[in-house]
Design a protein. Structure first.
Length: 128
């Protein structure tokens, strides 16, 4: 959801500000700041390629939760030869960018077996 507010400055000009709130289900907000989101996107693109898509799921979508790890689903359009290595590289790079926060990466690719965690992440996760 994007909320735009307008106010008049002292010089009489309109000043618009936009606040972006990504919601999951009905009331939960994403508990990541813009810098963290940008770091995640950058790491995923650098390591997994520009076609990779990333979703945040888990406790970081709950307003009333505190702390917690970062759960990410990375969707890849092509087969992955070394999924464990790719997930570890992504987790490490993102964790470093987030001051050592625990990062769990789940991969979804055509050659990987689909598990219930994939369905949960697709259903509840928010694209970054």
């Amino acid at each position: 959801m994007v909320r735009v507010t307008r106010r008049r400055t002292q010089s009489g000009k309109d000043d618009c500000k936009a606040a972006i709130s990504v919601t999951a289900n009905r009331t939960a907000n994403m508990r990541l700041n813009e810098q963290q989101i940008a770091s995640i996107r950058l790491a995923v693109q650098a390591i997994a390629g520009p076609a990779a898509q990333v979703r945040l799921f888990g406790s970081r979508l709950l307003d009333d939760a505190r702390g917690g790890d970062v759960d990410l689903l990375v969707e890849l359009p092509d087969a992955v030869e070394q999924p464990a290595m790719l997930a570890a590289r992504l987790s490490t790079r993102i964790s470093r960018a987030m001051d050592g926060r625990q990062v769990d990466v789940v991969l979804l690719a055509p050659n990987l077996r689909r598990l219930p965690i994939h369905d949960i992440a697709m259903r509840e996760g928010q694209p970054l």
